[in-house]
Design a protein around this ligand. Structure first.
Ligand SMILES: *Cc1c(COP(=O)(O)O)cnc(C)c1O
Length: 409
């Protein structure tokens, strides 16, 4: 049986809205789609975390070693962030009370934008409330119906949704394949074009060929946008990200977006680039204009996080050691990993039900390693997404390796 799409496209015989027949209830359709998902082992399940302590979380009363966190540097519970947040709350209260353009933009936001611009080597930076909103805002502000957007097939959902919202021509290229990207640009050689790529791919952990993509964009007069949600804090000198690691200037990579909720341990996102870009976004990015500013306390906590992320290089060194340990230990035990040098170290499984079963077994053994299944990853490529953090000890990695060796089919 073919799964019924949740939002079916209109087929020719359905285009008479309100035609004959009994109208199908939207929630009935939703329920039918749910059962179909469950049948295919694709149902998503919300788990409630009852406590967090370093690399440990508690779910359903059980202590688990957490390998699912994007808190790569171990900053989300850091005392300096808590203190900066508490001080800012004492000064400002809790909410920003308004959108940035209508009195919500506090000096904590302005200071954070300056710090982000300095760190990433860009002229200016602009805060957004989430990474999802930043990507929607940038793409819909820059691209119109006649424009071309070329994207890696494995880009984050928010980049794809941004292109859909913009209504531009969207062409996707084979993952990390620069020749394929060039062919997609060639399909519309005279249309203004944006090439967007994740810096570090969120479900695979590999790094985009950024220098080659930048060269292609220069040759084709396309604008390069990099979403560095998983690279900022982790890669490059002082953790300035994948773009800094590839030594790409503001001219090479004119649009840099990254989030504040991953390695920085807080929440929110920013776009960095030229004054022209930032001023244009302030005028046109609807997800910036029509939403409440981040709480100023979160901006203050993020400024504190940047200091630690930049200057406590031992956190990155420790991550590097843990990654090497995990990869060599996996090779010794015959565990298949994807090619990744970042803290995202997925274990290939393939079948969704099998991935769920292994994840459940690991949980029995006290380890939280969720299964990632379609449509988050392509069909037949279900996996366990192992995320390492400076909070882990070598012995935690050893425990994970032994448990994986026991549980994998
Ligand atoms: C997490 C993520 C986002 C979304 O960021 P949020 O702040 O969580 O909304 C965007 N792009 C990539 C690559 C991500 O991993």
């Amino acid at each position: 049986m073919k799964p019924r799409p949740l939002t079916p496209t209109l087929s020719p015989n359905e285009k008479t809205i309100g035609g004959e027949g009994v109208r199908l209830g939207l929630l009935e359709r939703l329920a039918a789609a749910q059962s179909e998902r469950a049948r295919q082992a694709l149902l998503r399940r919300l788990r409630t975390v009852e406590a967090v302590d370093g690399a440990h979380i508690q779910i359903a009363g059980k202590q688990l070693l957490n390998f699912a966190s994007n808190d790569y540097l171990g900053l989300a519970q850091h005392p300096a962030l808590r203190e900066a947040l508490a001080k800012a709350v004492a000064r400002w209260g809790v909410g920003a009370s308004a959108a940035h353009l209508l009195g919500g933009h506090r000096d904590e936001h302005a200071k954070l934008e300056d710090a982000l611009a300095r760190w990433t080597g860009r002229e200016r930076a602009l805060l957004f409330s989430t990474g999802y909103m930043a990507n929607l805002g940038v793409l819909s502000a820059l691209l119109g119906a006649e424009d071309l957007c070329v994207q890696d097939k494995l880009n984050h959902a928010s980049l794809l949704d941004g292109a859909r919202l913009a209504g531009c021509v969207l062409k996707r290229y084979v993952h990390a394949d620069v020749a394929s990207a060039a062919r997609q640009l060639d399909t519309h050689p005279s249309a203004p074009a944006l090439l967007a790529s994740d810096g570090v791919f969120s479900m695979d952990g590999d790094v985009a060929p950024l220098a080659e993509l930048a060269a292609l964009c220069r040759a084709q007069r396309a604008t390069l946008m990099v979403d560095d949600a998983h690279g900022l804090g982790v890669l490059g000198p002082e953790g300035a990200g994948s773009v800094a690691e590839a030594k790409l200037s503001q001219d090479d990579a004119p649009i840099l977006m990254a989030t504040l909720g991953k390695a920085l341990g807080v929440a929110g996102a920013f776009v960095a680039g030229s004054a022209t870009l930032i001023d244009g976004l302030v005028q046109n990015a609807r997800s910036f204009i029509y939403t409440t500013a981040l709480p100023p306390s979160l901006a203050a906590a993020t400024s504190a996080a940047i200091e630690i992320a930049r200057f406590e290089g031992w956190r990155r060194d420790r991550l590097t050691r843990l990654i090497a340990h995990f990869r060599s230990g996996a090779a010794e035990r015959g565990i298949a990993l994807l090619a990744s040098r970042t803290p995202i170290q997925p274990v290939s499984i393939g079948d969704s039900a099998a991935a769920l079963a292994v994840s459940a077994q690991l949980e029995e053994a006290g380890l939280y390693v969720p299964a990632i299944r379609p449509p988050t990853v392509p069909a037949g490529q279900a996996r366990l997404r192992v995320a390492l953090s400076a909070l882990h000890a070598e012995s935690d990695v050893e425990r994970l390796l032994d448990a994986l060796a026991d549980c994998l089919p």
